[in-house]
Ligand binder design. Structure first.
Ligand code: ZN
Length: 462
């Protein structure tokens, strides 16, 4: 008799229980990188009775020995006049911090809660996936409890910061970025899905806006075999440079469609003309990362990376396709310094509830991976798409500003994805006008515009 067919093609779970000490070490590792001058945390933070000056109970019971995607519903408590969800909170204490002379007791288990959110526990154990094999926002605790635009883990760290400052008498300052010591970083990225397309899209824009001249110009360009509207990387780089920023281009290195027919590049990655073009962009300050193809087998990641003109430091998956059970190990094995895939396509904000780069958790080996995830904050497509949001142009900046303010207050990174395909001036929904409005807001708020390799380097140095 043939073996029964598995109901889904999800990879099997391969995780071991995560002990409290491993969770605490993971949280400390990230706390130490979120602030300047963090003292030795190994002796500072621990469970009651451990001799640590900052005491926190482990309230997770045996949640991390099981395979449930979601813990019990969080309690809502106030911290700095903001209502926040606290998982693993069974304390009846009203205040979050209890001060003793030279000690602090944190009444709610922010270590377990921070580990839960930052590690991506929910998506590893959840069987839910969308049509592109992605963990959907609809299945997340962020959606269920309404906190996708709040970097909750950074707020937990703010609590921890208060406690550490109390016991050490030394103020901790959020991370600063770049030579100007800017209050946050902005990472401006463009996924290059197409270089030869855009004729049809541009024609539809022109028709809809009753611009016959634009339509004629398009037709003339097409007949004269001029470059397609989306053959525009130098233009994109120039538009980004108006803010003193360097673009990071994530370039596909596979032009065969995925096994399920989903398209990859519409350009030949190895063509000498393209390779030269990418070298020129890099010489003018751009970073060229890999846009791993849709349906890439783990073993092929390094092969694709080798097709770029120079070894890429960073990667982002086409369609943001990320299988939590296998993708992190594949990124690590291919030797990338960083990845920047983890955001929800359905909504801007914080998929791991954290606004700084972090080391994804390795569930198979019970330790952090060595590559950094620079979380994706906002993708152009998210703003206006039948499956995602349908914001009008006037709604975009007001909707995004609170997220920018959160990132700025915690010294985080605002990662923007604006496809080269959305630089057509006739696109008035999520086109160049909206790109420039967001860039202007980032500039006004004194962002340090940095490439992914620069951001990753800053984190790795400390
Ligand atoms: Zn793509």
């Amino acid at each position: 008799m043939p073996a029964p067919v598995a109901p889904t093609s999800l990879p099997p779970l391969a995780a071991a229980p995560v002990p409290a000490a491993a969770r605490l070490a993971y949280v400390r590792q990230h706390f130490a990188r979120a602030y300047d001058n963090v003292p030795d945390l190994a002796i500072l933070i621990g469970p009651p009775g451990s001799g640590a000056a900052v005491e926190i109970n482990d309230n997770s019971v045996d949640f991390f020995n099981q395979t449930l995607p979601c813990p019990p519903a969080p309690n809502w408590r106030e911290w700095r006049e903001k209502k926040l969800p606290f998982f693993f909170d069974n304390s009846t204490e009203k205040s979050i911090l209890t001060f003793k002379s030279d000690r602090v007791f944190i009444t709610t288990d922010i270590i377990s809660a921070a580990f839960y959110l930052l590690s991506g526990w929910q998506e590893y154990f959840s069987p839910e996936r969308d049509r592109h094999g992605r963990f959907p926002l609809a299945a997340s605790v962020q959606k269920q409890f309404g906190f996708v635009t709040i970097p909750v883990v950074n707020y937990y760290f703010d609590i921890l910061k208060s406690a550490v400052e109390h016991v050490t008498g030394q103020a901790l300052r959020p991370r600063r970025w770049g030579p100007a010591q800017a209050p946050f970083a902005a990472f401006i990225t463009h996924d290059v899905d197409s270089l030869h397309g855009g004729w049809g899209t541009a024609a539809r824009y022109a028709l809809r806006q009753r611009q016959p001249l634009a339509l004629l110009r398009l037709l003339a360009n097409k007949l004269r075999n001029r470059p397609a509207p989306w053959h525009n990387l130098a233009h994109v780089q120039a538009e980004t440079a108006r803010y003193g920023a360097n673009s990071t281009f994530f370039v596909l290195a596979e032009n065969q469609p995925a096994p399920n027919g989903t398209p990859n590049a519409d350009y030949a990655p190895a063509a000498p003309a393209l390779q030269n073009h990418l070298r020129q962009l890099a010489a003018a300050g751009a970073e060229i990362g890999l846009h791993s193809s849709y349906g890439t087998a783990a073993a092929r990641l390094a092969t694709e990376a080798a097709r770029l003109p120079a070894a890429p430091a960073g990667n982002r998956f086409h369609y943001l396709a990320w299988e939590p059970r296998t993708t992190p190990a594949a990124v690590a094995a291919a030797g990338f310094t960083y990845d920047s895939t983890l955001g929800f396509a359905e909504h801007f904000g914080f998929r791991n509830s954290y606004c700084l780069p972090f080391f994804p958790w390795n569930f198979e080996q019970n330790k952090a991976h060595e590559f950094l995830e620079i979380p994706l904050t906002l993708m152009d497509t998210t703003l206006n798409h039948p499956y995602y949001l349908q914001l009008t142009p006037a709604q975009i900046v007001p909707a995004v500003m609170p997220v920018l303010a959160e990132i700025k207050s915690f010294g985080g990174v605002f990662t923007l994805l604006w496809h080269n395909a959305n630089f057509d001036p006739l696109n008035t929904l999520n086109g160049p006008m909206q790109f420039h409005e967001i860039m202007a807001a980032l500039l006004q708020n004194k962002a340090a515009f940095l490439r992914g390799n620069e951001i990753a380097q800053a984190l790795l140095e400390k």
